[in-house]
Ligand binder design. Structure first.
Ligand code: ZN
Length: 297
């Protein structure tokens, strides 16, 4: 008889002990497994949360950027009198050269004017604002003698004027006002110091051009450089640089500088040479076809 036998009780005790071990173990294992699953769920929830947080930060950054770029157009509201009506583009005049003289007025401007007058040549003076009282008289003479007085820059300080659109506008407004108050002329055209694209304005020239164009002003680069800004230039090199190249263009825009002995020494030969080539030398206004390094139109 098994039931009630010693063997039965032995088995019963062993069985009970086994169950006492198996049941808690199983329970523990299932708890551990559940815990792991929960941990995994928590992990993925955390990842999702981080993703959401990332998205939120991205969106708020974009919103801030939009707000900021809106704010950065504040300069459009500045200088409400700094606008000019654009002229309709006229057909380019045949064989017409445009002498452009930058960085004046100077103590030599009077002599430049004498040479131009001798050949009845007109020119365009892109002037600066760092002037003495005599220089202001030259601004008046430039206008009285039928040349164009145009904006170059007030300070000619590249780092300053190209530091922001606001800084450029402030400088432009200063020279524009000086020209107007001195001569009664409101300039309509301008030239960028260093040309429209240079090493100082690469990041900002498009914004400045957009703003000045919106205000109606037209800038002109050049297609003939006399090379007179170079320290190694001589009157002879300036003459040959201009006379060897200008006739490639129907409307050469020739870059020269005021205040230079070398340029002054070259000017008469340049003017007489161009006249001998059958070209008229006229002043520029905003109906002249633009010559631009950056944009073609
Ligand atoms: Zn200059």
């Amino acid at each position: 008889m098994y039931f009630g036998s010693v063997k039965f009780f032995k088995h019963l005790i062993i069985g009970t002990i086994c169950l006492m071990i198996i049941i808690p173990t199983t329970f523990t294992i299932s708890l551990i497994t559940q815990n792991d699953a929960l941990k995994q769920k928590m992990g993925s929830a955390q990842t999702k949360y981080q993703q959401l947080e990332g998205n939120y930060q991205k969106v708020s950054k974009e919103l801030a950027g939009m707000y900021q770029s809106e704010a950065s157009f504040e300069y459009q509201k500045k200088y409400p009198d700094l606008y000019v009506a654009q002229a309709p583009k006229t057909a380019s005049s045949p064989k017409t050269a445009y002498l452009t003289i930058d960085d004046g007025p100077s103590d030599k401007t009077g002599q430049y004017l004498e040479i131009l007058a001798k050949y009845n040549a007109k020119a365009t003076f892109f002037v600066t604002g760092q002037t003495s009282h005599e220089d202001l008289q030259y601004m008046k003479m430039i206008v009285e003698q039928g040349h164009t007085l145009a904006v170059h820059t007030y300070s000619h300080n590249y780092k300053q004027i190209y530091s922001s659109v606001d800084a450029y506008l402030e400088d432009f407004y200063n020279i524009y006002t000086l020209i107007y108050e001195t001569t009664g002329v409101k300039p309509t055209i301008f030239r960028f110091p260093g040309g429209s694209i240079n090493n100082y304005n690469r990041d900002i020239y498009q914004q400045i051009i957009a703003e000045m164009t919106r205000r109606g002003f037209i800038y002109y680069d050049w297609n003939v450089s006399s090379g007179d800004a170079s320290t190694s230039a001589s009157s002879a090199s300036i003459v040959s640089n201009v006379l060897n190249t200008y006739s490639q263009y129907e409307n050469p825009i020739i870059l020269l500088h005021d205040g230079k002995t070398t340029t002054l020494g070259a000017l008469e030969q340049i003017v007489s040479g161009i006249a001998a080539g059958g070209y008229k030398m006229d002043k520029m206004d905003n109906s002249v076809k633009q010559v631009s390094f950056g944009y073609k139109n």
